[in-house]
Design a protein around this ligand. Structure first.
Ligand SMILES: Nc1ncnc2c1ncn2[C@@H]1O[C@H](COP(=O)(O)OP(=O)(O)O)[C@@H](O)[C@H]1O
Ligand SMILES: [Mg+2]
Length: 306
């Protein structure tokens, strides 16, 4: 078997005991892989460790034990190969929106002229709707939604191999969210990028992803299932709801969040299932359908030029 692009092996995160308390094991011995070019969403209740996994993938946090290999190399610190959109958007407060974006682009393309860097950055700010002077404002002069859009432009503009998105669209109004989701899919379809995205929105996860990882509640949280989204692309938010697979997948996710995430959490500690890779489930397929007939793969490559 060939190894996946990203291999997460024996990943454990434990925090030492606070004074007079117990140590906290957020998750223990997590094992899963992500293929190159895959769009993967992860869903689980607050506090189960989603952001922790993402920060370890970003190279900004370290596991207590275990590790992550990406493209054959161990992740050991941040890199321009990985672009991150944080839950709380963390922009550099002393720089304008534009400079927050050019900062990374310049590091990515040191050979570019100043004009090329600015033009490239403006293109991504335009994509998220920040134009007409808004790009020259500092983060403190922007609304929360606008700051989040700068953070999205900044991550996309460095065109990383891996995009890490931590609930990136939560602060956006529905219209902007839809536009940026479409743009994300367009960029992802046109490139070899891999996306790992945290969301609490099951409809967003089904619309966007190839596969949805489901996490049980913490402590000792586990990536219990890998739900394959067997719905052909391109997908359209108005039409996808008429797909027979849509509600099967949606019901599966909702049921997991409402009931099984908690039930499975009770079975954590020290049982044989700990450390097992997530179970692959395909709720969207009827029994008669053969899995290999319905690849969820990316649509044909389209050019981003122009
Ligand atoms: N520095 C820390 N010290 C102790 N516990 C922490 C620390 N950072 C995070 N945690 C705990 O780790 C768990 C997972 O957090 P997080 O990854 O942010 O969850 P999620 O993103 O799924 O909501 C939570 O219970 C949180 O309280
Ligand atoms: Mg989080």
């Amino acid at each position: 078997m060939t190894k996946p692009f990203i291999e997460i092996t024996g990943l454990t995160k434990r925090y030492p005991a606070p004074k007079g308390g117990e140590p906290l094991t957020v998750f223990e011995d997590a094992n899963f892989g992500i293929e190159k070019g895959e769009f993967v969403c992860i869903i689980g209740h607050s506090g189960c460790g989603k952001s922790t996994i993402m920060n370890i993938l970003a190279g900004l946090d370290t596991p207590t034990t275990g590790g992550i290999i990406m493209g054959g190399k161990e992740i050991a610190g941040p890199s321009l190969d990985r672009g991150v959109v944080f839950q709380n958007y963390s922009l550099l407060p002393w720089l304008s929106a534009l400079k927050n974006v050019t900062f990374g682009v310049r590091a990515r393309h040191p050979e570019w002229t100043r004009e090329q860097v600015v033009e490239h950055s403006q293109k991504y700010l335009k994509m998220v709707g920040l134009t007409d002077g808004a790009e020259h404002r500092k983060p403190s002069q922007l609304s929360g939604g606008m700051r989040q859009r700068v953070s999205i432009a900044r991550a996309f503009a460095i065109q990383p191999q891996l995009l890490l998105l931590d609930e990136p669209f939560g602060a956006l109004d529905a219209l902007t969210r839809g536009t940026i989701q479409d743009e994300l899919i367009r960029i992802w379809s046109a490139t070899e990028q891999t996306v790992f995205m945290i969301t609490h929105d099951v409809d967003e996860a089904i619309l966007l992803s190839d596969r949805i990882l489901l996490m049980t509640n913490g402590p000792y949280a586990r990536v219990a299932e890998s739900v394959v989204v067997d719905i052909n692309r391109p997908r359209n938010r108005a039409e996808i709801i008429h797909e027979p697979a849509y509600y099967k997948i949606r019901n599966h996710l909702v049921e997991f969040l409402a009931r099984r995430s908690k039930e499975l959490a009770g079975q954590q500690n020290g049982r044989e299932s700990a450390g097992a890779p997530p179970k692959t489930v395909r709720p969207g397929l009827s029994e008669a359908e053969e899995p290999e007939r319905r690849p969820a793969g990316r649509p044909q490559l389209v050019s981003l030029a122009g």
